[in-house]
Design a protein. Sequence first.
Length: 558
Amino acid sequence: MNLYNFKKIKNITSLPTKDESIEDWLLLKGLISFLEEELEDDYILLYASSTHSFLQTALIPSIEYTKEEMKDLLRWSGGIDSSWSFSCSYTDCNVESPSSAFDSNVIATGEPILHSRSFEGMKGYESYFEINQKIAQVLELHYIHDKRSWCKLDKIGGLDEVIMTLEIELNPKDKLNAVVIKKEALSQYTTATNQLLLRMVDFSNYNPSTFTSWNGERRTKIISTKVSFGEQTIILPIGSFFRGIQLVDISMPMDKLVKIVWGNDEKEYVDLIINDFKHNKICTHSCNPNELDSYFEDTGKPFATSPAFFDAEVLRKYKSDSEKFTVRSRSIECRGAWYLRSYDINDAGQVSIYLCDLSKLPYREQLHWKQYNVEPKTSISKRAFENDFLGKFSDEDDVLEKLKRLLSKMNDSSLDWWKLKTSEGLTKLHYPYTDSKDEWADELLNFDQVIVEGFDKKSLKAKANELSVHVENKFGTLKIIENILIAKGFEIEDAHSLMSVFHEVHNLRNKVKGHVSGSEAEDLRKKALKDHGSYNNHFKQLFEKVLESLKVLLDEIK
């Protein structure tokens, strides 16, 4: 089914507006060809229901069926509202499968794909769909309410909508409710379970404005193709109806499924400019593991630990989407998809990654890195060399990591006057790595949200009251803390100096990101660059000051 153009399905399922098209529509012309062509689409129908159309599905064993068994299938009845249920006599009780409700011995040997359920009396739950849990779990599907779809994570951490519910307006008086599934996903399941897809179809085309009954002279037409079987009844000029089945083998070769499940499908690798330190040269080389040497072999190829270097702009994609990516000081993780074990920033502000780590990323992700690939201006960082090649802890303890450790400790110690607002708060704290004004402003916003907005005004006011400190309603948290420090014996200048870094961060956030733009914001940006040389150095100083101030506050505010 074409999810971006519903014209074909509308033409099949709704009364045409042009008189010259009505006769063909009443005769169901194009129905079988539409249903068979639709089976070749990326998404195929599992269910469809409107005034004139009905389609439902099940899976049955993949065997050769006799003529009698085909007749049995054509006698299907019931619908997807059939469910697992008790079946009781006066003396016995057992559980009955939904497949048994179709009045078909063959369908009873199979399994349903979709269930339509209702919770009468509960507003908003009157009618909804459920997926066969065996299928949902094998395909690793989860229902996402906002999408109205059953989804999984794809190779790059995005939501892959595998089964979707649709509501298509056919005309002001009619709509088509449909459920579609990604054909390849269902193919994986039918291959593993050795089953065929059975689609049960019932179409009745007539003009609602003139229809009274199906009384009239009838003629029948038998439909039999490679996948479609049934009977069409034509009653002119009233209309016609078709009732039948489609029996389709959508399985894939077993070796293909094995590769998909094991993740051994053919992988591509990019070529990158690297520092081939084994041969003491800068060159372009593939990150394909088969084209690299380990320390235990020498076939003339570069080491797998040869680093490639990138413009720091490459990281902005990951820093800007904290829901999808977790960026740590030396690793990056994409939710449920991939993990970059090691990266670092060298003294020239370039990002370095070893080829052996980059090769583990999906090809699409490798292409993202490739566009920022540059020749190295200097070697890898001292920290990376000590950690990765000497196997020891570096004596360069990053100030941001120290700050995160302290904040984590504060959050875990159940302080009442400071708390992380969100569980992912610390993962949003980063250096700005580029010369981008927007990145600098974004990181100031994150910094302020984590640190300054973490102070709890209600708790701080209570502590001030305990010290008989007068607190005006207009006082913010930073002003309240200053007054608490003064009440505890700090000189006014010392209290203000201790809190100045928090004021600086908050004011910068408001002026360059939150509320003010123009010449004042531009002057602040220029000043940061003039005083510190780069946005990165500016943040290092801010992190240092905040770290030292928080240590004092922890001692003074109990």
